[in-house]
Design a binder for this molecule. Structure first.
Ligand code: AMP
Length: 481
């Protein structure tokens, strides 16, 4: 379809730039509106031609990286006994509030929620655990032999301020284990995460671990932390002063220099652990030592979500300049299933940020996945041949021969040009005469020889050439175009 005259067709601009207002403009979100700067105007046409801020297309060019990540996640899941689960992208808002809790950034600022036409308050999932926990209860999985290991992969949504590596639609790979409190499971899920990043060829990976204990020991710790920070409130950034009331533990995550400085002297969660949590953590460290995983204890690590108990961990990579990137994180959530209405079920899980992993692969020049290339080209000439070629293509595909074609092109020369550009080893030519005779020409592009075979013998003849070529180390195709 020809573009309408007034449609603005252009490459997406960096999210921070606002386009000039145009005729037929509507108000839309570009930057967070402030009192002094109202939301800029954007043309309706431009809205049609642009993905939402913080959301992007993952184009075919980039897919080889994503494919490598997807394959790595799936094989790790399989090797460690995780079964795939896919839960809806949209859930009742209440589910997330009940599990992640108000006072967290996710619920207070980042969740995409709306009312449906039927009046339900729903939300786009900001993470996987709540939805998978809901599915665990809803489908009575507690009767299954434990531990129950589930794996998922897909987009999650957070209304955050977009920048490089931070999106509003982001992809996560997620692993959850239900029904086992033993710290060996904590070590094993960390091992799974390590298996994925190592297999992807990522280097300079560090696991940071900590324990935040039970809700009771956490409460005692939170009290001590607030007491300490209250006494020096003036040294905190404005946001952390608010967090002191809403979610004091999050202050430990703040990246502002003055907050980092102050919290480095603050009490540590590990000093407030109950005996059982302390023993649990000690065992986890012993298992990690045994596995020789690159880990360190980060006493400031608390994670932003409310449902964690005991073990919490994050996966970080570091570049040459020492800049750190969070690639994933997780922890134990022994009370969540019960809080959501299920039976008491200890559980642990983690999420990997796939967008960040892809960025990291590119940064460290990890080889992307190589999709198999067609080794055969099917060329056709004339009406009858064209008609028969679709069936012939299906026949090749049925026998595992990956072929390419350029059916839309009429001239043989143009088709052969495509074949040579792809670099195939065999070209099948189906002309008018061959179509009538029930034959086809099979041309070996490496040796340059060709023969006419019956269509029944075609697959065998093609496979024979491919096999011969495969046994030669590096066939150099000859093209006469
Ligand atoms: P979290 O549970 O918030 O720690 O998220 C798990 C992982 O998802 C993080 O370690 C990041 O790699 C990734 N992640 C979180 N938020 C974003 C975002 N807004 N954009 C891209 N990746 C993200």
């Amino acid at each position: 379809m020809a573009p309408k005259k007034n449609v603005i067709v252009k490459k997406s601009k960096p999210a921070t730039k606002s386009p000039a207002p145009t005729k037929g403009a509507v108000k839309t979100e570009k930057k967070p509106a402030t009192k002094t700067a109202p939301a800029p105007l954007v043309s309706e046409n431009e809205l049609l031609m642009q993905s939402l801020r913080g959301m992007r297309d993952i184009l075919p060019d980039e897919q080889p990286y994503w494919e490598r990540v997807r394959r790595s996640l799936s094989s790790a899941a399989q090797e460690y006994g995780f079964n795939r689960i896919d839960t809806p992208t949209v859930e009742y808002l209440h589910l997330f509030i009940r599990s992640i809790k108000e006072g967290t950034d996710i619920i207070d600022k980042e969740i995409y929620s709306f009312q449906t036409r039927g009046g339900d308050r729903v939300a786009l999932r900001p993470e996987f655990t709540a939805g998978i926990g809901r599915a665990y209860i809803q489908h009575g999985m507690s009767v299954l032999p434990k531990p129950i290991r589930l794996f998922s992969m897909g987009p999650v949504f957070r209304y955050d301020r977009p920048q490089e590596g931070r999106y509003r639609e982001l992809w996560q790979g997620d692993f959850e284990v239900f029904g086992e409190a033993d710290p060996i499971l904590d070590a094993q899920v960390i091992q799974v995460a390590y298996r994925v990043v190592r297999e992807l060829g990522l280097k300079d990976i560090e696991f940071q671990v900590n324990s935040i204990g039970t809700p009771e020991s956490r409460k005692r710790y939170e009290k001590a932390l607030v007491r300490f920070l209250e006494s020096q409130k003036h040294k905190l950034c404005q946001q952390c002063r608010e967090r002191l009331v809403t979610n004091p533990m999050r202050i430990l995550d703040c990246k502002e220099d003055k907050c980092v400085q102050l919290t480095s002297q603050a009490p540590q969660a590990l000093d407030f652990l109950d005996d059982e949590s302390r023993a649990h953590f000690k065992s986890l460290l012993e298992y990690l030592d045994e596995l020789e995983l690159p880990y360190s204890i980060n006493p400031r690590l608390v994670r932003g979500l409310d449902y964690y108990t005991r073990t919490v961990f994050e996966i970080w990579s570091t570049d040459r300049e020492g800049k750190k990137y969070a690639l994933g994180g997780g922890g134990r959530y022994d009370n969540l299933i019960q809080d959501l209405g299920g039976e008491p079920t200890p559980a642990i899980g983690f999420g990997l940020g796939l967008d960040r992993i892809v960025l990291e692969m590119k940064r460290t020049q990890v080889r992307p996945y190589e999709f198999p290339k067609p080794r055969v080209f099917l060329a056709q000439l004339g009406d009858l041949a064209k008609k028969k070629s679709l069936r012939m293509f299906a026949e090749l595909e049925k026998h595992g021969v990956l072929a390419s074609e350029s059916f839309g092109r009429g001239s043989l020369k143009a088709q052969m040009r495509v074949a040579s550009r792809i670099g195939v080893e065999v070209t099948i030519i189906l002309g008018q005469k061959e179509a009538i005779d029930g034959t086809a020409i099979v041309k070996d592009m490496v040796s340059g020889t060709q023969e006419t075979v019956t269509q029944e013998r075609l697959v065998d003849a093609v496979k024979k050439i491919l096999k011969t070529n495969a046994s030669l180390s590096h066939p150099t195709p000859k093209f006469d175009q």
